[in-house]
Design a protein around this ligand. Structure first.
Ligand code: BES
Ligand code: ZN
Ligand code: ZN
Length: 459
């Protein structure tokens, strides 16, 4: 769906953004009837509170929007987004009173709050629309919202309609929009082209595994994004219990976030060379499924003992990362719903990331703060390397004991990359609705990366 600002209309409704500190002064400017009405409503300008003021004909003349105090705002992101979610259908504009930074965050929050996953709805769900505030780059905000909407749509689509082939279709559509090149290696061709682990993970599904390879841009530094595209993760023969399998349509959340970020980069026309690699598979079960204790030889030549068929993400990513590393990208970023351990460590709000570059880490964390996309660094703790080295192969895909599961998964991936590398182990899902993040698929880290790229890649 398209998330865009409204065209200004003469009957657009003004929004007065009020804090508990500014409420008194504002109320004094109102006609006496409205002053009483504000009191009757119990409006205190608490964060998210609304007070609509009618005109003589009973339409909404103006809305007071509670912006709360600083402490209240510090407890969340996108303070105006809950207003956007509560207001009746119509066109609104912000009167004044927000700093440029707050305007930017809230304008984006408003667009993201208007996101609806309506593919399976017969009735449209209306939204309150916002006129682009003056003094912000409205187009840039629409660009970010478009990328995020793509990510959400891809994650929210159930696996029945989002298998490897449909993920390929989505990548092809994106490539077409931006005149990017795309090639896809499918099924048995994965063996011919030396992607043995992508094939091994995906071969038990009737929906053939594939590797999607998209390129865009002719000049500038080279950025390669690698996204985990497990369209459904049953766990394979180490089958997941029902409770753990319930959300696994989102196991292509890394691919969805990489494609959303790619969309933002291409729409922004950043001066870089972009490559996006998506191993798209379904981790399924049949007589041909990979087994515990099988040993696979990866594209890079490292052998991997399968100690849990549910640790499939690192296998498909490893072959894609090895391919990425065969040229000399300036930066490789992988994005994946890789481990339950990352979710346990940081929950659904914070994107865990790994890098060996302190400068990149600082830039990224600061960018995350600027664009309301918080990220948190976890360590590539080298002393844990021994944990991913089993007895009879080079690597173990599922170290026993499960300690530091997000770190050992990240260390596994790092074995396949020599270029500068950053890895995100994201959750990709909003479990309960929050401002600007309705329940369902959600991008994590993409906005922070987009904002940090000019500094990290010297654009
Ligand atoms: N897709 C899951 C990870 C996951 C689970 C992400 C729940 C977000 C929420 C992944 O393929 C997986 O099952 N990983 C295992 C690895 C383990 C067997 C070493 C995990 O994290 O439990
Ligand atoms: Zn799994
Ligand atoms: Zn998985």
């Amino acid at each position: 769906m398209t998330l865009s600002f409204a065209v200004p209309t003469p009957d657009a409704i003004p929004l007065a953004i009020v804090t508990p500190d500014t409420l008194g002064a504002l109320v004094e400017t109102l006609p006496s009837g409205s002053q009483a009405w504000v009191q009757t409503q119990g409006f205190t300008a608490a964060l998210g509170q609304l007070c609509t003021l009618p005109n003589e004909t009973g339409d909404i003349a103006r809305v007071l929007v509670g912006f709360g105090n600083e402490d209240a705002r510090a407890r969340g992101r996108f303070p105006l987004a809950s207003a956007a979610q509560k207001l009746p259908e119509g066109t609104y504009y912000i009167e004044s009173g927000l700093t440029p930074d707050a305007l930017r965050e809230n304008a984006l929050g408003w667009l993201l709050a208007c996101y609806r996953f309506d593919r399976y709805r017969t009735q449209p769900q209306p939204a309150a629309r916002l006129v682009a505030p003056d003094g912000i780059d409205a187009q840039q905000i629409e660009t970010i919202a478009a990328g995020e909407a793509l990510t959400r749509d891809l994650i929210n689509t159930p696996a029945s309609d989002m298998g490897p082939a449909q993920l390929e279709d989505a990548a092809r559509a994106l490539a077409k929009t931006h005149k990017a090149e795309i090639t896809v290696t499918t099924g048995e061709a994965l063996l011919d082209q030396n992607f043995p682990m992508i094939h091994a993970v995906g071969r038990a599904s009737p929906r053939a595994p594939r590797l999607i390879d998209m390129r865009w841009g002719q000049v500038g530094p080279m950025l390669t994004l690698v996204g985990k595209g497990v369209c459904f993760d049953t766990g394979g023969l180490n089958i997941k219990p029902g409770g753990s399998m319930g959300l696994m349509k989102k196991d292509m959340g890394g691919a969805a976030t990489a494609l959303g970020l790619a969309d933002m980069i291409m729409r922004s026309g950043l001066p870089l060379r972009l490559r996006v690699l998506i191993p798209a598979v379904e981790n399924s079960i049949n007589g041909d499924a990979m087994r515990p204790q099988d040993i696979l030889t990866s594209r890079k030549g490292l052998t991997v003992e399968i100690n849990n068929t549910d640790a499939e993400g690192r296998l498909v990513l490893a072959d894609a990362l090895a391919l990425a590393d065969e040229e000399t990208p300036d930066l490789v970023i992988s994005m994946a719903t890789l481990t339950g351990a990352a979710r346990v460590a940081l929950g659904p709000d914070l994107a865990p990331y790994f890098t060996d570059d302190d400068n990149h880490a600082t830039r990224l964390a600061q960018a995350g703060q600027r664009v309301a996309d918080p990220v948190w660094r976890l360590p590539f703790h080298t002393p844990y390397e021994a944990r991913i080295e089993p007895g009879i192969a080079d690597l173990d895909n599922a170290p026993s004991g499960g300690m530091a599961g997000a770190i050992t998964a990240a260390l596994f991936l790092r074995r396949f990359v020599t270029a500068p590398y950053m890895h995100f182990d994201i959750y990709g899902w909003q479990p309960t609705a929050a401002p600007a993040r309705p329940k369902g698929g959600v991008g994590m880290g993409a906005r922070a990366i987009l904002d940090a790229l000019p500094e990290i890649l010297d654009l």
